[in-house]
Design a protein around this ligand. Structure first.
Ligand code: PRP
Ligand code: URA
Length: 206
């Protein structure tokens, strides 16, 4: 299964503060962005580049710059919004699509309430959602994104459960997943352990 777990010491540092229940929303948002930046860098490690000749103050040289390639980032609302900014800063030409999904509190099944996606055929799509718990939301989002023509989809999450990773692999085999932490398990209410609680509530102070 194509799963990459961040190993950078900064990721561990940000993650520990993010999990801490005393961390307040303003700091939580900054930490989420920092982790999303590390994930975005890792998930674009194989992005295409091309040569460019430049003059340094001393001589001519040939460097490399990003080749033109349309990228799309799709946050799963609402918590995924906290992961978008690093993408728009690193890749100013990125298109942003939106998938709105909300887990039912009783069944933990996702309910779709919004979808706004640009044409996705042939484009590299990065889905961002900080929590991969049962995997139901991610699997539903990938289905929707594939219905819009995408064939090249990567999923970025901040905390994942083994159950969620297995569910995405079951429904969409071969999906490439990047996560900052692979946690132990889900509890009876389908929350990730040790996890960090409800990401959306902590991000927005609700
Ligand atoms: C959270 C999270 C994921 C989903 C993960 O969203 O952001 O989208 O739960 O759970 P799953 O893997 O079991 O589907 P939530 O439904 O709480 O909505 P919110 O982002 O609006 O808070
Ligand atoms: N959604 C969250 O925000 N946290 C979890 O642990 C599981 C789903």
């Amino acid at each position: 299964m194509p799963l990459t777990v961040l190993t950078h010491p900064l990721a561990e540092h940000f993650m520990t503060h993010l999990r801490d229940k005393t961390t307040k929303p303003a700091t939580f948002r900054t930490l989420a962005q920092n982790l999303s930046l590390l994930l975005a860098i890792e998930a674009t490690r194989d992005i295409k580049t091309e040569t460019k000749g430049i003059e340094t103050p001393l001589e001519h040289m040939t460097g490399r710059i990003l080749a033109h390639q349309p990228l799309v980032v799709v946050p799963i609302l609402r918590a995924g919004l906290g992961m978008v900014q690093p993408f728009t800063e690193l890749f100013p030409d990125v298109s942003v699509g939106y998938v709105g999904l909300e887990r039912d509190h009783e069944t933990a099944k996702p309910r779709s309430y919004y979808c706004k996606l640009p044409p996705l055929k042939g484009l590299q799509v990065f889905i961002v959602d900080p929590m991969l718990a049962t995997g139901g939301s991610a699997a539903a989002a990938i289905s929707e994104i594939k219905r819009h023509g995408a064939t090249n989809v990567r999923l970025l999450s901040i905390v994942s459960s083994p159950e969620g990773v297995a569910e995405v692999e079951r429904v969409h085999p071969g999906t490439v997943i990047y996560t900052a932490a692979l946690d132990r398990e889900l509890n009876a209410r389908k929350y990730i352990l040790p996890g960090l609680g409800d990401f959306g509530d902590r991000l927005y102070g609700t």
